[in-house]
Design a protein around this ligand. Structure first.
Ligand SMILES: [Mn+2]
Length: 254
């Protein structure tokens, strides 16, 4: 039985984490280590300037779990560096409440936790559910069991992680599974300026929900059409096309 680390970025109280941990018990021995509060959009964080705490807690169904004041990626690092009795064979991050598509992966704490696992050479996945209706997590969790078995039999090459997104649909309406590439998000953030009680300015960055460019074959396209989207991501972010172009620049030291 593989040892599976389950974490997330919505925090230890998130229903998506509970449903995932409960389901994955069918695929292996599970260990839960998740943030003690919501870190959505925390990205990849390495906490270096404050102490990290780990507390033992129980999930609503009684499953023993651990929680930390660190970011999702810190939780994975803590687990791998000795908090778990032995290194996990697989890392599942999720199930996030809300999709992580296209450019979202740069901000997503859910994906960041999987990235942290991937950097350490452990097969890792991020799982996200479009929309946030609680009842929809069950199908995604069942599918996660299937993914755990597939990864155990096929393996994942080093440097690759999987970003999985589920449409906000009941099982009967899901069209199928599609292997996709990353799409593009369009953010509509604005700067909101306010004043605190002392008259000093402060700011919020925020706006309407992001939209997407529905290009065929992308993750945003697949989820919009009711498919489960699986996007293989790679740690090597080198732009190989730009590598050739840059070599034509005059970049002598002068
Ligand atoms: Mn989240």
């Amino acid at each position: 039985m593989p040892l599976i680390l389950v974490t997330n970025d919505d925090g230890i109280d998130a229903p998506g984490l509970h449903v995932l941990a409960s389901a994955l018990r069918e695929a292996g021995e599970i260990q839960v280590l998740a943030p003690d509060h919501n870190w959505s959009a925390a990205g990849l964080t390495k906490t270096m300037h404050k102490p990290l705490r780990v507390n033992e807690v129980r999930l609503p169904d009684g499953t023993p779990a651990r929680t930390s004041n660190g970011a999702p990626s810190d939780c994975v690092a803590l687990a791998l560096l000795g908090i778990l009795p032995r290194p996990p064979d697989l890392i599942f991050s999720g199930i996030n409440s809300g999709a992580n598509l296209g450019h979202d992966i740069a901000y997503s704490g859910t994906v960041a936790a999987a990235l942290e696992g991937c950097i350490s050479g452990i097969p890792s996945l991020a799982l996200s559910l479009d929309g946030s209706a609680e009842g929809d997590f069950e199908f995604a969790a069942r599918f996660a069991i299937h993914l755990a078995r597939e990864i155990t039999s096929h393996g994942l090459s080093r440097g690759t992680l999987l970003n999985v997104n589920f449409p906000a649909l009941p099982r009967q309406q899901i069209a199928g599974v599609m292997i996709t590439r990353l799409g593009q998000r369009v953010y509509r953030d604005g700067l909101i300026e306010r004043r605190d009680p002392r008259g000093r300015k402060y700011y919020w960055i925020g706006g309407a929900r992001p939209e997407s460019i529905p290009e065929e074959g992308t993750d945003v396209w697949a989820v919009a059409r009711g498919y489960v989207s699986i996007t293989p991501l790679h740690l090597d972010m080198t732009d190989y096309r730009a590598l050739k172009e840059l070599r034509n620049w005059r970049l002598d030291l002068g």
